[in-house]
Design a protein around this ligand. Structure first.
Ligand SMILES: Cc1cc2nc3c(=O)[nH]c(=O)nc-3n(C[C@H](O)[C@H](O)[C@H](O)COP(=O)(O)OP(=O)(O)OC[C@H]3O[C@@H](n4cnc5c(N)ncnc54)[C@H](O)[C@@H]3O)c2cc1C
Length: 411
């Protein structure tokens, strides 16, 4: 009996066990997946929860319900991986041996890594929305906030869903307008990037949308500290951005398990081959989803597209054959822009987000880098697709590799 062990039953880990279980004979393969938390959180919903558009109940389901028959789910924290002897140690002392290991432990916000971020103003005037607790606290704050200087801030890249802070900013603009208090709110978007996004064409479009909404952009801002006394963000080059309400995306880091196991880089991401997701150090270890160091967006869509190719490669690998499928870094993300509209971006390692239509050229129905109501409905509909199609491992009608069909370079 061969043993496959998956660490993390989030987006990537759940898809992997659902896709592999029917392909690996039950008498030949034992599959175990471990997660520290019995509830599965639909993380994209954390963007809309602060604006009262989702309830907590709509974003959480029992993790066990998404794990197929024939796969053992253990709800226990992982302590460390001893990859040299193919063994994982859980925090309660349980030892799990494996023949193949998939690391899918994701990435998490770490406000403790920035001086002053979790100081006296934390969850009073300094908030995050990348955790359920943070999004709930921010929802309660926004419900009664009377206005002032709102600063939306990214600490450092990479972060998961790199467009989420921009979306938060657009939604905040629309939220305050609807409440009839937009004139009482100054919004500033503070980012370590030069512009609104990582890639030039998208940065131009999205930066233009900030300007149209009267939102200031403070770029190249490497935060040094949050000054709780003066309620100011201070950069390493001593620029200061004062706030009445700071919504920050803290530094994102891979799991401490990776650091304790000596398997990660300085941000605890596991170095892998960017096409096969096979560990650079161990021939029987893969890292999927946000846990790896691939230079793609940390996004559920990347987890989805890469898992599709991983499954084919994994079957070749365990049969002792070369892996013939190469992941291209394909990502696509809906970008909520407020007032019932949104954009879509679609890109990969080599091609930046371009204007056009998706997934069908000319017809769409989604428009790339252009606001539309259909894109907004696509984003909302994705929650259903996540629970009912994506996690259970059913096919979605979009190709895993990025296509240039429908895209054009002139903008
Ligand atoms: C606000 C927000 C908005 C987003 N919006 C989008 C979007 O619109 N589109 C999109 O594609 N993506 C979006 N994402 C990103 C998406 O949710 C993640 O990229 C995706 O969930 C990554 O999947 P994963 O399996 O790698 O990690 P996760 O789904 O985070 O799963 C990791 C799992 O590992 C477990 N784990 C970690 N450490 C341990 C341990 N020591 N022991 C046991 N278990 C452990 C965790 O409990 C967790 O269940 C968003 C994220 C956020 C925060």
């Amino acid at each position: 009996m061969r043993r496959l062990l998956v660490l993390g039953a989030g987006t990537a880990g759940t898809m992997v066990v659902n896709k592999l279980r029917p392909k690996l004979g039950k008498h030949d393969w034992q599959i175990t997946v471990v997660d520290q938390d019995a509830s599965h959180l639909y993380q994209p919903g954390l963007l809309l929860l602060p604006f009262g558009q989702y309830s907590v109940e709509e974003l959480i389901k029992r993790r066990q319900d998404f794990v197929p028959e024939g796969v053992t789910l253990l709800i226990k924290p992982v302590d460390r991986i001893d990859a040299d002897v193919n063994r994982v140690l859980l925090q309660d002392g349980t030892e799990l041996e494996y023949d193949y290991l998939v690391i899918a432990t994701g990435t998490s916000p770490r406000p403790d890594q920035t001086t002053g971020m979790t100081g006296s103003e934390w969850r009073r005037s300094v908030f995050d929305f990348y955790t359920l607790e943070g999004a709930i606290a921010l929802r309660d704050k926004l419900a009664t906030w009377e206005g002032g200087r709102l600063v939306v801030h990214i600490t450092e890249m990479p972060i998961k869903c790199p467009v989420a802070p921009l979306e938060f900013t657009f939604l905040a603009d629309a939220f305050f307008a609807e409440k009839g208090m937009r004139d009482r709110v100054d919004i500033t978007y503070v980012t370590p990037l030069e512009g609104a996004f990582t890639k030039p064409i998208a940065a131009k479009h999205l930066g233009g949308m900030l300007a149209q909404r009267g939102i200031a952009l403070e770029g190249d801002f490497m935060v040094d500290r949050v000054d709780n006394e003066t309620k100011t963000l201070v950069s390493m080059d001593e620029r200061e951005v004062p706030f009445d309400l700071l919504v920050t995306v803290p530094l994102n880091m891979g799991s401490d398990v990776i650091a304790r196991s000596g398997l990660g880089d300085e941000l605890n991401y596991v170095p892998v081959d960017r096409h096969t997701l096979l560990s650079s150090a161990h021939d029987n270890v893969f890292a999927l989803g946000d846990a790896s160091d691939i230079p793609a967006s940390k996004a559920g869509s990347v987890a989805h597209f890469s898992v599709e190719l991983f499954v084919e490669n994994f079957l070749q690998h365990i049969a002792g054959k070369p892996m013939t499928h190469a992941f291209d870094g394909h990502a696509n993300c809906f970008v909520e822009s407020g007032r019932g509209k949104g954009l879509l971006i679609d890109f990969n390692y080599d091609t930046e987000p371009l204007p056009g239509r998706y997934p069908v050229p000319v017809l769409g129905p989604f428009s790339l880098l252009e606001e539309s109501h259909v894109n907004h409905w696509g984003k909302l509909g994705f929650r259903w697709a996540y629970w009912h199609l994506l996690l259970p491992g059913h096919p979605l009608p979009v190709p895993s590799l990025m296509s240039m069909a429908g895209k054009h370079r002139d903008s």
